[in-house]
Write a protein that binds this ligand. Structure first.
Ligand code: SAM
Length: 293
């Protein structure tokens, strides 16, 4: 039985991660691997460390020792630190902004470059591919999708999701693709099987090959790497990622995005994420979108 509420260094008794435990963890990772979590939000990182200690039944001393001596274990826990929740057309109102306001800005481009930074299991990428196809922009668009966690990108490449658990995907699809919030009389009866197969028997939603084959997925760390895709972008989506970063790291990432957007480019953040401080002046906020100044 776990002793909830107690703090101890014995495996199975952890209920809090102290400031010292946190520092030891962050600096062990930083010194013995390529990963640097020192600028992640302390509160959420402490919760993830606690989960790792509990799941692996380790003391903080044993955890630090494994980090220093076992590179495969480091890769494993980095994947356990990241939060990978995603959804098809997550926050439909943001996708409506993309459909009616942002993507039409690029319709006369010969090529459109889009970067999904922190793409997780790919639902955001497939939402974009579907929307681009509806707007007849898919063919001339290059989609790049990156994440620090290579496992979630393997999942993304497969484009297969649970059906019953994700019924909200269909509601979101209807709101973004079929309905028009600016004209309730308009209704595009786009069938789901234009884009994915629904199999209740095997409980799966499977994206069609023409969507799965389109994106370039690449491992990329927003903390330590610059633009390793070597192109500039019309649109960057980095949604529900910077929420886990502290202010200084958020500023670094905003600089990275600002430098790698074309002058007419746009950055989309999560619904509860904003650009604060000096970087706010570098963008013009338009609804859920940040247009480069
Ligand atoms: C909550 S998911 C967001 C997925 C998707 N953007 C969405 O909004 O539905 C956050 C993703 O950010 C990724 N991530 C966290 N730290 C990162 C970093 N330093 N570099 C790149 N990706 C990172 C995680 O692995 C995770 O897949």
């Amino acid at each position: 039985m776990k002793h909830l509420g107690k703090q101890s260094t014995n495996a199975g008794f952890f209920m809090t991660v102290t400031d010292q435990d946190y520092q030891l963890f962050v600096y062990a990772l930083k010194n013995s691997s390529k990963y640097d979590f020192s600028q992640y939000s302390e509160k959420s990182l402490k919760r993830r460390i606690l989960k790792i200690l509990t799941d692996h039944q380790l003391t903080i001393t044993a955890l630090i020792s494994k980090i220093k001596s076992d590179p495969d274990f480091v890769e494993k826990i980095v994947k356990e630190i990241t939060v990978n929740t995603s959804e098809l057309f997550r926050d439909p109102q943001v996708w409506q902004t993309l459909r009616f306001v942002i993507l039409p800005r690029f319709k006369n481009n010969s090529i459109i470059n889009i970067w999904h930074a922190g793409c997780s299991t790919g639902q955001e990428v497939y939402s974009m591919l579907i929307l681009l196809n509806e707007l007849n922009l898919l063919e001339k668009t290059k989609i790049y999708a990156t994440d620090i966690n290579s496992d979630v990108m393997d999942y993304a490449r497969q484009g297969e999701y649970r059906y019953r658990f994700n019924l909200s995907y269909l509601d979101n699809f209807d709101k973004v693709i079929k309905e028009n919030p600016y004209n309730y009389d308009e209704y595009n009866d786009v069938p789901y099987d234009k884009y994915f197969t629904l199999d209740k028997g095997t409980d799966t939603i499977r994206m069609k090959p023409f969507l799965r084959e389109k994106p370039v997925f690449k491992k990329h760390d927003l903390v330590t790497e610059n633009n390793t895709l070597y192109v500039k972008f019309d649109l960057i989506l980095c949604r529900n990622v910077i929420i886990y970063f502290n202010y200084d790291l958020q500023c670094r990432v905003f600089d990275l995005f600002h430098q790698n957007l074309y002058d007419s480019g746009c950055l989309m953040l999560g619904l509860h994420e904003t650009i604060l401080g000096a970087h706010a002046a570098k963008f013009q906020k338009k609804g859920h979108a940040y247009l480069k100044n």
